[in-house]
Structure formats: C-alpha cells, structure tokens
Design a protein around this ligand. Structure first.
Ligand SMILES: [Zn+2]
Length: 468
C-alpha cells in the first residue's frame, strides 16, 4: 500500500467536525446563542490559523507580500481589513498563468492519498472553469453548514427528500446530498432535474413517498407545482411539502405551497454562509465558519454597517483551497451586531440584492440599476418597468433611466421631474429620467423573450478603468 494512504474514516474525525462546527439540531440550541465575545474570540483564533494556512499558498503569499502584510499582523478582527481583497478576475489570471488549477489551491491531486478530495468547477459561461479543491474535511464541514440551512428552513431528520438539482461539475447537488445523508439522516431520492426524471414523475414520486421537500431552484419547484395542478392535485394539500429550501421568489413559493419560505445565502467556493430566521430581520451568518465584510466593489475598501456593497468573504474552516477576503461581487449590507428577536447574537446580512458588476460610479457615489429602478418606481404614477443606461458624457459617466407610466402623456413631464427629484434626493447625484408608454421598453428589457428581464445596458465607449 502506498505510503501515507488513509481511508476516509482515518482521514477525518467526524466527532471533531461535530465538536468544532455543531450540526443541527444541537447548533440551534448551542453555538447559535453564543454571546458576542464568544463569537468573536472563536473567530479570531480560527482566522489567525486560516491566515497561517493561506500564507503557504502562493496566490496569497504574493498578494500579501505586495501589500506589506502577513499572518502575524493579525492581532484583532479589525486587522483583517489590512489584507488585500481579490475578485474572480484575479482567480482567472491565476488559472491562466498556472493552468489548470491556478496557484490559489492549498492542496494538489497528490494529497488525495492522505485525504479523499473533490474538485468542483464554477462559471463555465465565459472563459475557463474555475476549479476549487475540497478536502474531505471541507466536504464534511460544508455539509454541516448546508444541513444547518436546510434545518432552519424546515427539513427534519428522517424526512424523505427529493434532490432535483443537476449533478454536474458544480457543487450544488452534491453539497445538498452530503448534508442530507451525513448530517440530517434524511431518505434521499436523487431524481436530478426534469431532463433526468420527468416533472410528472417527480410529482408522482413526491406524493407516493411523502416527500417533505424538493431541493431545486424556486423556479423549477413552481413548475413542479404547475405539473401537479395539471394532474389534478392541489400542491398545498396533496404534496406533503413542509420545507421550502429553494432559492427564488419566496412570495410565489409561499403562495403555491401555503408555507413560509426563508432566504439563505451561499456560493460555490464556500457553500452555505447564512440563513434567515423567523424574525426575518436579515440572514444570520454562521460566524464559526465565516467572517463576512461589505466592501466597495471597485476599491475593496470596507463600507460602514448598513451600506450596500459587495460581499467579501473569509472562510474559517477549509483545509483545501482557502478563501481569504474574496470579493464575490454579490450585493448586500451588514447589520450592526445586536441581539435578534430569535435570541441569536450572530451578525445578520441583508438578502442578496443583485450583482455588483453593473455598478456605475457617479461623482464618487456607487449606483446600481436595480437601486435606481426601485426609487423611480416608488413615485406614484409609474409602473414597475424601467430600463437604465450608462453613457459617457464628455469625460464623465452618466446614467439615465426610462420609466413606464399609464398616465396621460400630458402628465409625463411633471412625472419626469418628480422622478429626477426623488433620485437626486435619495442618491445625492443627478440622474436624468424619461417617461414612456407601457410596452415601449420591451425591446430593451426583452421581457417577453428572456427568462429574466434586462434592466441595464452599458453604453459607455470606454468603461470605467478596472472594470471588465
Ligand atoms: Zn434571528
């Protein structure tokens, strides 16, 4: 037998996983209620260990050396802000110069001998896929975090659950499977998507086996509900769905199944990060496994609590590929640490609010198309249908918004002024608006042909430096 070869049960001590990262239901009676000092003391210990690990990885060692910081500089949680952030563009460059894995991984395939590993890939749409190594330890802790999310959304040990996610290069289906199997003792039917098991068959299986949840996107779950209706069933009655851990339109899901749906947040490289509690005052971050910061999407500068910016993640649990101040470019805001109605002191973040890639900086103010649309549509007389353009005027960036209204055209000019006033009042920068008839934006928004309406187009000849 090869030197150093270890079987899975020798590679990872499952008791240790459960002691360091409590699984549900213990977690929700235990670490979930820790006080601020306990939370932050534990974070600092794990963060310092993480920094020492990351410093052995060339990607981080080089960036930190250039910024003049090192693992030993981390004496308080505040020191984390001294370390440079990075984005997916930096990861892409790392893969280009060090194919095929990049120089950001903490392990190599040879390490699989001492600990089983998986490689998952994200983002195949543009450029090369981005691989992430997960050691068995990472899989197990990640499965605990996913199990916490599923539990808080209503899944219970012993439940029968359909896993309708697509099994592929992506982490998705696997991380749910591992959480259900290893940490929730659920009975799993791995149906895969509608291409693998027809939607009608999924309905039949869910009813026959009394499934309490169907893990898939919110959109596909709504299609399953439609299929159930066309087969003569009432989804809220005949399906025994008791939990909605589906990412999507929580209101539509609640209406279809007569159940509350709670939001959660996670992504490919780190798995589950946060879930909403029943107080619905933000998503509680699993702070034994993460430090979440909100930064300016462009500069990486830390933003104050409450301000919308990009999520910057430092994970504290992985032994494979570290993520240390990864600016994921998803938009959210952080709430100050306070005790929630549910009793938890864990910090909360706002629900996912869009992608930062569409941000435009106007006279030093970060502006997002969705933000403009929300403000404009709040003016009485407008419809919630808009389209934003970024344009170059001389040597500065400008944004314009077109908003639809079903009021008589004679009122449009007055409406336009109200919208511009409201935008200026709330954002502090001047943005010009136009008012158009319903349907006039359909060619831009592609509302009839695209699954998701487009709300923004960048028409600047020379986009802002530093942005792709
Ligand atoms: Zn809470």
């Amino acid at each position: 037998m090869a030197q150093g070869f270890r079987r899975p049960h020798q590679a990872v001590d499952m008791d240790e996983v459960a002691r360091l990262y409590q699984p549900p239901p213990e977690y929700f009676e235990g670490a979930y209620h820790d006080g601020p000092e306990t939370i932050e003391r534990r974070q600092l210990v794990r963060l310092r260990e993480k920094a020492r690990r990351a410093q052995r990885v060339p990607f981080f060692a080089e960036r930190w050396a250039a910024a003049g910081v090192g693992a030993d500089d981390l004496r308080s949680l505040d020191d984390l802000a001294r370390f440079p952030t990075y984005t997916v563009d930096d990861i892409r460059r790392s893969i280009e110069t060090h194919p095929p894995y990049g120089n950001y991984q903490g392990v190599t395939p040879a390490d699989a001998l001492r600990e089983p590993m998986r490689v998952f890939m994200s983002g195949g749409t543009t450029g090369a896929s981005r691989p992430t190594f997960y050691t068995m330890w990472d899989r197990e802790v990640g499965a605990v975090l996913t199990a916490r999310a599923l539990y808080s959304q209503g899944i219970r040990p012993g439940d029968v659950v359909l896993n309708s996610w697509a099994y592929g290069l992506h982490n998705g289906a696997h991380c749910f499977d591992e959480a259900l199997l290893h940490w929730l003792n659920c009975v799993i039917l791995t149906t895969g998507t509608g291409n693998v098991t027809s939607t009608e068959k999924q309905v039949a299986l869910a009813i026959e086996y009394g499934a309490t949840a169907i893990l898939t996107t919110g959109d596909y779950l709504l299609r399953i509900a439609d299929a159930a209706r066309s087969l003569g069933y009432d989804p809220a009655v005949d399906l025994k769905i008791r939990a909605l851990p589906n990412i999507g339109d929580v209101d539509a899901l609640r209406d279809a199944f007569g159940l509350e749906a709670l939001r959660s947040y996670g992504f490919h490289e780190v798995q589950w990060v946060a879930t909403e509690c029943e107080a619905r005052q933000g998503l509680h971050i699993y702070e034994d496994a993460f430090v979440v910061q909100i930064v300016d999407p462009e500069t990486g500068e830390l933003l104050p609590d409450g301000e919308l910016g990009a999520i910057c993640i430092t994970e504290l649990y992985k032994t494979g590929s570290p993520q240390f101040r990864y600016n994921i470019m998803d938009l959210s805001a952080l709430y100050p640490r306070e005790r929630c109605e549910c009793g938890s002191w864990l910090r909360r973040m706002a629900p996912f609010a869009g992608r930062a890639d569409n941000m435009v900086k106007l006279r030093g103010v970060n502006v997002w198309p969705e933000g403009l649309g929300e403000i404009a549509s709040s003016v009485p007389g407008t419809l919630p249908d808009y389209f934003v353009r970024a344009v170059r005027d001389g040597n500065r960036d400008e944004m314009t918004i077109a908003v639809t209204s079903d009021r008589p055209a004679a009122e449009w000019d007055d409406l336009r002024m109200q919208i511009e006033r409201q935008l200026h009042h709330q954002l502090g920068v001047k943005i010009s608006a136009t008012v158009v008839a319903p349907g006039a934006l359909d060619a831009d928004t592609e509302i009839h042909t695209s699954p998701k309406p487009k709300r923004f187009r960048d028409e600047r000849a020379h986009p802002h430096p530093g942005r792709a």
